[in-house]
Ligand binder design. Structure first.
Ligand SMILES: NC(=O)c1ccc[n+]([C@@H]2O[C@H](COP(=O)([O-])OP(=O)(O)OC[C@H]3O[C@@H](n4cnc5c(N)ncnc54)[C@H](O)[C@@H]3O)[C@@H](O)[C@H]2O)c1
Length: 313
């Protein structure tokens, strides 16, 4: 009899989590999705609810959770500044108490556990592109600190459980990812621009738009995360997963206007506090250790994302 791998996905009703649950079901896993619906929604996973190998649990992972699984993907955490700054103390709690709860669970079960960390651990970086060996430049008392320092502390906890308890950990540092099912109004740049363009409203660019970002399409990100989980036991990461192709925010705005055929105009607003001016992953390590690199370029990814927002909003 074929025994399905039992996989827990925390934050499984979110943007990335819902795609991850989908992929794991395709790979014949038995998936438990845990979410408190803080930023996630049932709509993201509604098409999975009939699948007998998919189970949904409403639970806040800052409280302990007892169940039996073989692997844990730890994605629970609001990801956009609007959401994580709405309740900054809770944001730190999700990353610190949540990590302790999930690492404790992994320890009891001897399960593999993967942390969805972030490029924000590099803060406003002084080197470009960022390699994993760079320690970062993070303000510990700013309005983004609940997220940036929360994620840094989560990485610390993962590595201490690894050293102290020999836990089988994996840490991926996720760079800007976009695609269908992004939250429609959480201020993230791709979804923001698309919604503004589809409604022919002004496109708001912060600063002069010359700050650059690299955008990874969701399918590539999920592929990287699964490869990392299934990768060699002696490769804990942290590993950067993202698309190194850089675009200025202004270029992105222009591409979105072109893709949507919108009559929107671009308007400029002041840059928010601690907003990094440049962010680009060096993905040599992921290429070497996981044989991973992104396949979907911005044009194609934007096309699919625009289609989704056209249908749904
Ligand atoms: N999308 C990106 O570009 C990006 C970049 C870097 C890191 N990440 C990380 O990837 C993960 C997923 O991000 P996303 O873009 O899918 O965000 P998202 O907000 O769509 O998903 C997060 C999910 O976690 C859930 N959640 C939040 N607090 C919880 C709690 N206490 N208990 C249970 N569930 C909780 C939310 O309801 C939501 O479903 C996050 O950890 C985020 O920090 C994402």
């Amino acid at each position: 009899m074929h025994l399905r791998k039992r996989v827990l996905v925390t934050g499984g009703a979110g943007f990335l989590g819902s795609f991850l649950c989908e992929r794991l079901l395709e790979e014949e896993c038995d998936v438990v999705c845990v979410d408190n619906f803080y930023t996630g929604t049932k709509r993201n996973i509604i098409h999975l609810l009939d699948n007998p190998y998919f189970e949904l649990i409403r639970h806040d992972i800052t409280f302990p959770l007892y169940l039996e699984v073989d692997e844990i993907y730890y994605l629970a955490c609001p990801a956009s500044p609007i959401h994580y700054q709405n309740d900054p103390v809770q944001t730190t709690k999700v990353n610190v108490h949540g990590s302790i709860n999930m690492l404790g669970l992994a320890k009891r079960l001897k399960a593999r556990i993967l942390q969805a960390s972030t490029s924000e651990v590099y803060g406003d970086p002084s080197i470009h592109p960022q390699t994993e060996s760079y320690w970062g430049n993070v303000n510990c008392i700013g309005i983004r600190s609940c997220y940036d320092e929360g994620k840094r502390c989560a990485e610390t906890l993962f590595f201490d459980y690894y050293r102290q308890h020999k836990l089988n950990i994996r840490v991926v540092r996720i760079f800007n990812t976009y695609g269908p099912r992004m939250h429609p109004n959480d201020g993230r740049v791709v979804s923001n621009f698309i919604i503004q363009a589809l409604n022919n409203r002004d496109i708001t660019v912060f600063g002069d738009g010359s700050q650059s970002r690299s955008f990874c399409y969701v399918d590539d990100m999920i592929d990287g995360m699964i490869r990392m989980m299934n990768g060699p036991d002696d490769f804990t990461g942290p590993v950067n997963i993202g698309n190194p192709n850089e675009f200025s925010i202004l270029e992105l705005a222009e591409k979105v206007i072109a893709k949507t055929g919108s009559s929107s105009k671009i308007v400029y607003h002041p840059l928010p506090e601690d907003d990094p001016l440049q962010r680009q992953p060096n993905i040599d390590l992921a290429k070497k250790q996981l044989g991973w690199e992104p396949k979907t370029q911005l044009e194609e990814g934007l096309r699919q994302t625009v289609e989704y927002f056209k249908k749904n909003f």
